[in-house]
Design a protein around this ligand. Structure first.
Ligand SMILES: [Zn+2]
Length: 655
């Protein structure tokens, strides 16, 4: 259900006009995010408390302690020097949750910038304020908390209007960053059962989901209306499109899982005598590896699996709902997968929720190479990563995730990686924010980083650029594997072998930002413009991308851009500085401050700039914070559990 949303948000295939006013922005966000089912019931005080606790746990995972205390009039702020988030003590539970979600937005998205700030905090202006507010807004609507108090400035104030600044690209990139951070937060809230999407709970009935949708739509409608000037009538965003889940009225998840289990056993039993074992061996997968990944074969017959499952007592409706069988034009039930090498796709918990089937080498040109199970209430392509469950132990022990294009590549990387690399593949979709969140839950991405290993063709390059925008909020350790033309990891495993692939994974990599800048330059050199015009066009287009990168990447990309375009280093530096000034909005002091931090990575160590006014953390608040930092909040003093987890309402929380 989130696939379309994520594609729309990250691939440029957008089915809605770009937002202009702050109100447009709110509904744009809601549209692009609304694949997540909203909760059914209005939140209770207990929900706010549970959300508060879940957000504190997330903050702790990011290395931040949360406390309640004087914020000098602001709702809260984050301070990097001692890694603390403070929320004002008199905020209502709902407002405190929103304030904490806002600060987590900063922590997840602005960590690198903040660490370099002389003030020890992040300047909450311009695009950074929009990002943190957007994360808080989406988090609030997801829980069912009223986010009316959050308002957004006109989009042009931070994305610009000059076509040379590529406002559409800025909007796309900012949206992708917001969705990534929100997905991380929502995953945590879902796991805590705060958002209504309780893990392991039986599938919700259509009625339940539908009522949840209408609640949320009303809420957003009210929100939108309250922002409208005068008597203007607002249309509820998303009202016309119910999430797919709302249209499903299917069997319980446990029944669907039982079908998949039985089907996997059947496919496995069909291996002997079929072409699949030899084919997979030819792709570098030994019989032990085939067994480990539960590889199987779907027979070439029309209804072999269907008849097998029917005779085991499964009703036709269940087989259809699970996606393993479908109605033919004549109305009979036939197998979804025929004459394919089969691999099960598992949920993060290890349940088999779908299959992916590889066509035989002898299949006709009209047969798609890979076929995925259709979406069901168990399986959402946009939220699933093939290989994630199989790699869970390696990832937990510090293996570096490698994002690849296909399931055989994922198996190849995990097999050759020997616990140091773990391959994961999106299931026939573009890489999405939900998949990033799933990966983030399985690995310490900031510490281990990520390698992207897409094909070196144009589609692969575009996918790598998209992955960069989704991943950069989480880690600056981003690499791209240099694959030889026409080769993928599975072919390297099958040809040169496991050791060769392991060496490539370790040594044949380059910073992923290289690909992002190359892609931008290529857009310009392809056009038949005079060289000077192309040079300046590429410089203007690439400079904002470099300006938005973590400082650790800036110097390298400035040097590369200067070399590729044969421009003076100082000219490129100046363009990046100008782009930084454009990224922030009005307060010139804030922009100057950013440039100081970024230019530090270009030249000399940072000289402390003047502290700018900050919506979150006015100077007075910082002083108060510094004076009292490290002192436990009064309510929590003397109680270990509470000192760990400050109360939402000023009273200590239970256990
Ligand atoms: Zn802020």
């Amino acid at each position: 259900m989130s696939e379309k949303r994520c594609l729309a948000a990250t691939s440029g295939k957008v089915d809605q006009p770009y937002p202009h006013s702050g109100r447009d922005w709110a509904s744009w966000l809601w549209h692009t995010h609304h694949g997540q089912p909203p909760r059914g019931q209005p939140p209770t005080p207990g929900d706010a408390e549970a959300a508060w606790t879940a957000l504190i746990h997330l903050a702790r995972r990011e290395g931040f302690t949360v406390e309640r205390g004087n914020c000098a009039g602001a709702d809260g702020f984050a301070f990097w020097r001692n890694r603390r988030i403070r929320i004002r003590p008199d905020a209502t539970p709902a407002r405190a949750v929103i304030a904490l979600a806002h600060q987590l937005g900063h922590v997840l998205l602005h960590n690198q910038i903040a660490q370099r700030e002389f003030s020890g905090t992040v300047m909450c202006t311009g695009v950074r304020k929009v990002e943190a507010d957007s994360v808080a807004y989406l988090t609030a609507t997801r829980i069912g908390i009223d986010g009316t108090a959050i308002t957004f400035p006109a989009v042009s104030s931070w994305a610009g209007t000059d076509p040379r600044a590529r406002p559409a690209a800025t909007i796309q990139a900012v949206t992708a960053r917001i969705l990534t951070a929100t997905a991380t937060i929502v995953t945590r809230l879902d796991a805590a059962g705060v958002t209504g999407a309780r893990p392991g709970a039986p599938a919700r009935t259509a009625g339940h989901v539908a009522s949840g949708v209408s609640t949320d739509v009303h809420q957003v409608a009210n929100l939108t209306r309250s922002r409208a000037h005068g008597t203007q009538t607002a249309t509820a965003p998303g009202a016309a499109r119910l999430p797919i889940a709302a249209q499903r009225d299917g069997p319980p998840a446990s029944e669907l899982a039982r079908v998949h289990d039985k089907a996997a056993q059947f496919f496995r039993s069909q291996m002997p005598g079929s072409w699949a074992p030899d084919y997979l061996a030819g792709r570098g997968l030994s019989s032990a590896v085939q067994e480990h990944w539960l590889a199987g074969h779907a027979p070439a017959a029309w209804d072999a699996l269907t008849r097998h499952l029917q005779s085991a007592g499964f009703p036709d409706t269940l087989l259809e709902a699970a996606g393993v069988a479908r109605r033919s034009r004549r109305g009979t039930l036939i197998d979804t997968f025929r004459d394919r090498a089969m691999l099960p796709i598992r949920s993060a918990e290890g349940t088999i929720i779908a299959f992916i089937g590889r066509a035989a080498a002898h299949a006709g040109p009209d047969v798609p190479k890979y076929l995925n199970s259709p979406a069901t209430s168990l399986y959402d392509k946009g939220e699933t990563l093939f290989g994630l469950w199989e790699a869970r132990d390696a990832l937990a022990q510090g293996a570096r995730p490698v994002i690849v294009e296909g399931p055989l590549d994922a198996i190849a990387v995990t097999t050759a990686g020997q616990g140091r690399y773990a391959g994961v593949a999106p299931c026939g979709t573009a890489f999405t924010a939900s998949q990033v969140a799933a990966l983030d839950g399985a690995a310490d991405l900031r510490a281990v980083g990520i390698t992207v290993a897409f094909d070196p063709d144009d589609a692969g390059k575009r996918a790598a650029v998209r992955a960069y925008h989704l991943l950069i909020p989480l880690t600056e350790k981003l690499a791209a594997l240099n694959l030889p033309p026409g080769q993928d990891p599975a072919q390297i495993l099958a040809g040169p072998g496991s050791a060769a692939l392991a060496i490539m994974l370790a040594d044949h990599i380059r910073p992923l930002p290289d690909l992002v800048i190359n892609a931008e330059i290529r857009r310009w050199t392809r056009r038949r413009l005079s060289y000077a015009e192309g040079q300046i066009g590429a410089l203007r287009a690439a400079a904002p991308l470099i300006a938005a990168m973590p400082p650790a990447h800036v110097a390298r990309q400035v040097a590369r851009l200067a070399a590729i375009l044969q421009l003076d280093h100082a000219l490129v530096t100046e363009a990046v500085s100008d782009a930084l000034a454009d990224l922030g909005t009005s307060p010139a002091a804030s922009s100057r401050h950013d440039i100081t931090a970024h230019q530090a990575s270009l030249r000399a160590p940072a000289t402390p700039g003047a502290l700018a006014a900050n919506n979150d953390s006015p100077l007075s608040a910082q002083r108060i914070f510094e004076r009292t930092a490290g002192v436990a909040p009064t309510a929590a003093r003397g109680k270990r559990a509470s000192a760990d987890r400050p109360a939402l309402t000023g009273r200590p929380v239970r256990g």
